[in-house]
Design a protein around this ligand. Structure first.
Ligand SMILES: [Zn+2]
Length: 297
């Protein structure tokens, strides 16, 4: 069953999109396993994307925030913050760090399951490139693969609350808007996007490095979007890749999340799917029956 999707946030997840940049950067400072190790907290790591069943973090140490910052060149000055410890991600920089960790942590889903039939071709093609370049087993956790994708496409993260979009992307740089103001639902008091939503946005922006920009939604806008909002014609775009990660992640992790948190991630998925005009044949936007949101046993 579809969750209620009367959210307007999908209307503007992306502004200055486009400028695809097929480039691989030099060796990142923090190899995948090293990054997970430095972000490990007690017994929890690096399972379950560092998230608790309530959708919070088990805890981020200053050295972990610093390592994530070095991996993606987070411009701490622009955020007016510096790497520090936190559990509740409440500031923009904390949400960005937490979003990256949600993507990079072990998904409990293998690379070959993530790259199966039904995934956007633009994603599968890039994964083939990354696998031949960096090499990892298809049985490896998909977090390793998303790590390679994000580090290949993102080499700067800057806070710019003046942008209208939630985030935007150009030539490896992610501009982060005011992600503490989700307007969700419209008219309600300001609240932050969830960590899973922010993770999806980061995937979306990285995917602009693969695919380029959007088109206007036009007649496909429906009741929740403006006609000049950003859409993609089909799943071969940033929304399709964003939806694929959310779909995979929620199918894998929904079982242990608290029910409301699980449904929250399906709403994030629904928001992304609303911006894909031809989505009837796209598994990520039609596979709701494979998602179980029943809360932890
Ligand atoms: Zn976009």
């Amino acid at each position: 069953m579809l969750p209620a999707i009367a959210l307007i946030i999908a209307a503007a997840p992306c502004g200055g999109c486009g400028d695809p940049s097929f480039q691989y950067h030099g060796p990142v400072k923090w190899p995948y396993e090293d990054l997970l190790a430095v972000c490990a907290t007690g017994d929890t790591v690096p399972d379950r994307s560092f998230l608790t069943p309530a959708g919070d973090l088990w805890g981020v140490a200053p050295e972990c925030a610093d390592a994530v910052g070095e991996t993606f060149e987070i411009d701490w000055d622009s955020f007016g913050e510096e790497p520090d410890s936190f559990t509740d991600a409440t500031t923009p920089a904390e949400l960005v760090v937490a979003g990256f960790l949600a993507v990079l942590g072990h998904q409990d889903i293998a690379v070959d399951e993530t790259t199966r039939d039904g995934a956007p071709e633009v994603l599968l093609t890039r994964f083939d490139d990354l696998q031949s370049k960096y090499g990892f087993a298809e049985s490896q956790d998909a977090g390793a693969l998303w790590y390679q994708l994000l580090t290949a496409e993102i080499d700067q993260v800057v806070y710019n609350p003046e942008i209208e979009a939630i985030m935007s992307y150009g030539a490896g740089r992610v501009n982060v808007g005011d992600i503490t103001d989700a307007l969700d639902p419209p008219g309600s008091p300001a609240q932050s996007f969830t960590i899973v939503e922010v993770a999806g946005f980061l995937i979306h922006e990285a995917a602009h490095g693969l695919h380029g920009g959007h088109i206007e939604c036009g007649e496909a806008a429906g009741p929740f979007l403006d006609e000049d909002s950003n859409c993609d014609a089909n799943a071969e775009g940033a929304y399709g890749v964003q939806a694929w990660w959310l779909y995979d992640w929620t199918r894998s992790n929904g079982k242990w999340l608290e029910e409301g948190v699980c449904w929250g991630s399906t709403r994030a998925l629904a928001d992304a799917c609303m911006c894909i005009i031809e989505r009837d044949d796209y598994e990520a936007c039609n596979g709701w029956d494979t998602i179980e949101c029943e809360g932890p046993e």
